[in-house]
Ligand binder design. Structure first.
Ligand code: SF4
Ligand code: SF4
Length: 375
C-alpha cells in the first residue's frame, strides 16, 4: 500500500489553495525537532554535537503544539536526535494526530518495539525508520553493530500491528548502488509503504567530512541507485524530486517549504544551515533574506546541496505550478522513467584520498567494532 489517498488529497488541495491565493512562500512539512540527544553516534550526524546541557533539554508538548499550530503545514516530520528518547513523545504524537497532521516519526528504531504501545495505528502516523543500506552498510553508517537487525525486527512488528512504516536513507559517497537496490527489494518485501532517500549534507559539525557528496557525484550515484527502477519499488518522494536527484530535472531550493523548529526556535534558513533563530514562523518568513540561499544564490554552503528538505517542497509545488511539471509527473506515475542509460562506476571521489587503502579498511573495521547494541 502506498500513501493514503486522503494524504495526497490534503497536500494537493493545500498547495493549490496557496497557489490560487497567490501565496508564494508557505510551509509544506514542519521539521519538528523535540530534542537533539540520541542513543547512536553516527559519523555523518550534525545534530548530536551540541554540549551536554543542550542535549539534556527537550521541547514540551505545548511548545510542539504551538509551533505546529503557528506553522500550519499539513505534514510534520519529527526527526532529532532520537524522538523516542523524549519522555512525552506519545503525548506529542497524539496531539498532532488529533490536529489531523500527517506525522512522520523518524527513528533509528532501537527503542521502537519497547515503546510501540504508546502509539495507535492511524492514517495520520507513519514510523520513518532510519536505514542507510543493507546490514553491513547500515551498521557501518551508524557506527554500531547489530542496529540493522533491530531495525528490521521493529519494522516487522510495526507492520504486523497495522502501523504505516516508511524508511529514510541518507546516501554518502561510499554507497554501493547494487547494495542499495538490494535494500529496496528487501524493504518492499517487508511491507514498507515507501522509501525516502536523500544525499547527505556536509554539516560543518559532522566529524566525517569525507563522506559527503558533491553535486555531480550525487546525480551520477543516484542514477545508478534509482535508475531503471523496478516497478514494485515505492518511494516516499515526489517524482520530480527523484528526477532531480538523477540530474534529469532542474529544481531550486525553497527552504521555507520545510522549516525547522527546535529548542532554539525557528532555524534560519533551513534544517541544515544554522544562521540564527526566530521566535515565530512569520518572523522567519519576513526577516530572512531568501535570495542568499539555494544554488542560484552562489552561496558556497548551498552549492552541492540537493537534500530532501530543500528541494522536495519545490518538487511538489512545481507539480501544480506548471503544465510541464504536472504532465511530467503524470507521465512518470503512469509509465515510469523508461529505460535509462546508467553512468559507469564512479571514480573515487576527489577528496576521498584513502579510498581502497589499508588505512581506509582499518578505519571501516574500527568503526564497525564500536560497542554493540545495549538495551
Ligand atoms: S540516529 Fe540520527 S540523530 Fe542519532 S546519531 Fe544517527 S543520524 Fe544522528
Ligand atoms: S540549498 Fe540546502 S543548505 Fe542551502 S538553503 Fe537550501 S536546503 Fe539549506
Amino acid at each position: 500500500m502506498g500513501v493514503p489517498i486522503s494524504q495526497m488529497w490534503t497536500v494537493a488541495s493545500y498547495v493549490l489553495g496557496k497557489k490560487f491565493r497567490g501565496i508564494k512562500r508557505y510551509p509544506l512539512v514542519l521539521m519538528l525537532e523535540p530534542l537533539f540527544r540520541c542513543n547512536l553516534a553516527c559519523a555523518g550526524c550534525g545534530k548530536i554535537q551540541y554540549p551536554a546541557e543542550i542535549l539534556r533539554r527537550q521541547l514540551t508538548p505545548e511548545q510542539c503544539f504551538r509551533a505546529v499550530d503557528e506553522c500550519g503545514a499539513p505534514m510534520v516530520s519529527i526527526p532529532g536526535g532520537e524522538p523516542l528518547l523524549h519522555p512525552q513523545i506519545g503525548e506529542i504524537v497524539a496531539g498532532l494526530v488529533a490536529r489531523k497532521k500527517y506525522v512522520y516519526l523518524c527513528t533509528n528504531a532501537i527503542l521502537l518495539e519497547k515503546h510501540i504501545d504508546q502509539f495507535q495505528p492511524s492514517k495520520f502516523l507513519s514510523f520513518s525508520i532510519h536505514l542507510d543500506g543493507p546490514k553491513e552498510e547500515h551498521d557501518f553508517a551508524v557506527c554500531r553493530e547489530g542496529v540493522y537487525d533491530v531495525a528490521i525486527s521493529a519494522i516487522k512488528t510495526a507492520v504486523a500491528k497495522g502501523f504505516r512504516v516508511t524508511t529514510n536513507t541518507t546516501v554518502y559517497n561510499n554507497a554501493d548502488p547494487e547494495s542499495m537496490r538490494e535494500m529496496f527489494d528487501n524493504m518492499m518485501g517487508l511491507g514498507v509503504e515507501g522509501m525516502m532517500i536523500s544525499p547527505g549534507y556536509q554539516y560543518e559539525k559532522a566529524p566525517s567530512q569525507e563522506l559527503f557528496l558533491q553535486r555531480s557525484q550525487t546525480t551520477k550515484l543516484f542514477k545508478r541507485i534509482m535508475g531503471n527502477a523496478k516497478r514494485g519499488w515505492r518511494f516516499n518522494l515526489s517524482p520530480l524530486f527523484v528526477e532531480f536527484l538523477k540530474g534529469n530535472w532542474d529544481l531550486e531550493c525553497t527552504p521555507w517549504g520545510m522549516p525547522a523548529y527546535n529548542l532554539f526556535g525557528w532555524q534560519r534558513p533551513c534544517y541544515l544551515l544554522n544562521e540564527g533563530y526566530c521566535e515565530t514562523f512569520q518572523e522567519l518568513l519576513d526577516t530572512t533574506d531568501w535570495s542568499q540561499y539555494g544554488r542560484a544564490s552562489g552561496n558556497p554552503k548551498c552549492a552541492d546541496c540537493m537534500v530532501h528538505c530543500g528541494y522536495e517542497a519545490t518538487a511538489v509545488a512545481d507539480t501544480f505550478n506548471s503544465l510541464k511539471g504536472f504532465s511530467q509527473v503524470v507521465k512518470l506515475t503512469l509509465f515510469g522513467a523508461g529505460r535509462e542509460k546508467l553512468p559507469p562506476d564512479q571514480p573515487s571521489p576527489p577528496h576521498d584520498n584513502n579510498a581502497g587503502s589499508k588505512d581506509a579498511d582499518d578505519e571501516r573495521v574500527r568503526k564497525i567494532q564500536l560497542p554493540v547494541l545495549s538495551s
